[in-house]
Design a binder for this molecule. Structure first.
Ligand code: ZN
Length: 305
């Protein structure tokens, strides 16, 4: 093994070759170095974001042999496979994500949407629920309210967006998506995820403009998410929201605060949006999908009883 470690650019050992083949086609079994059968599949995760080194666990279904190797990630491969390996990657890049959020703040004027979605106060503000408000006779666009447990922190995130964006997201750089479908293990409890992140293409565009380089594999981890579990018997708010959005082609993203058990929306701090992504969990089948993290993380929270 030490040979392979030293000569990474030189000849690969057979298991490293198998690992490269597996990473290039994760869904197809490759040839087993031991028994020669096309029976080897692998799982892997990125070890270091900068060196692109990945740890690959290989298993042959024909002869049962197992091997773990480290290789340089082949071009165009997933950073992590399958989904279950995403938390390992998230841990690896936690520091990187933090440092990007700090750097984004230095470019707040040219990247206000990215600054909004990575604002350091999100953790403190505790986005705990999502609610909607509709005009009684449908003469105005619907409002999507983000409920914050910490009133001041939540309002400050939107106040800063107001200062920078003047209630507009002109180039639709705040990406909002609603993903329906039960996450594995929660099939009995229907719900949907709401994911707010900076548009990956917008970040990539700024990367050239401002000499601001962000690894594309890190971008999906720069957002905020909330899992919503509708109360049984409650009117279907999401269906109504879709209908109203379809009609007005617009919605207002606004902070909402909880006082004495009541919810109060703050539309004066809202951001006008003309784009939203309505998706199904089953449509997301790659760890590189911008919404992959939003679907994975809810598995670690327990739905309300
Ligand atoms: Zn084998």
């Amino acid at each position: 093994m030490s040979n392979g470690e030293k000569n990474r650019s030189g000849p690969q050992n057979p298991w490293q070759e198998a690992a490269i083949a597996v990473c290039r086609s994760p869904f197809l079994s490759v040839k087993c170095p031991l028994c020669g059968t096309l029976g080897v599949l692998g799982k892997w995760n990125l070890l270091h974001e900068k060196s692109r080194e990945i740890s690959v666990d290989l298993h042959c279904s024909a002869c049962g042999s197992q091997e773990s190797v480290q290789i340089e990630m082949p071009d165009n491969a997933f950073t992590n496979y399958p989904f279950e390996r995403l938390p390992l990657f998230a841990q690896t890049i936690a520091k990187e994500v933090e440092s990007i959020a700090i750097r984004v703040r230095q470019y707040i004027k040219s990247m206000p949407a990215a600054a909004f979605t990575t604002h350091p106060l999100w953790a403190e503000a505790k986005w705990s629920a999502t609610t909607y408000k509709f005009h009684p006779t449908s003469e105005a666009p619907p409002i999507m309210g983000l409920v914050f447990e910490n009133v001041e922190a939540g309002l400050e995130i939107f106040r800063e967006a107001e200062r920078q964006m003047k209630h507009e997201d002109r180039f639709e750089e705040i990406r909002v998506s609603i993903i329906e479908g039960a996450v594995p293990g929660q099939e009995h409890r229907p719900g949907y995820s709401i994911h707010i992140c900076a548009d990956p293409d917008a970040i990539a565009a700024h990367a050239t403009l401002d000499d601001f380089v962000v690894d594309p594999t890190v971008v999906p981890f720069l957002g905020q998410w909330n899992r919503h579990y509708p109360v049984p018997g409650e009117p279907p708010m999401l269906a109504k929201f879709k209908e109203e959005f379809e009609k007005h082609k617009e919605f207002l993203l606004a902070p909402t605060i909880r006082r004495d058990g009541q919810l109060f929306m703050e539309p004066m701090l809202g951001i006008v949006k003309n784009v939203i992504f309505f998706r199904q969990l089953s449509d997301i089948n790659s760890p590189d999908d911008p919404d992959a993290t939003a679907l994975l993380l809810p598995q670690f929270i327990t739905p309300p009883v």
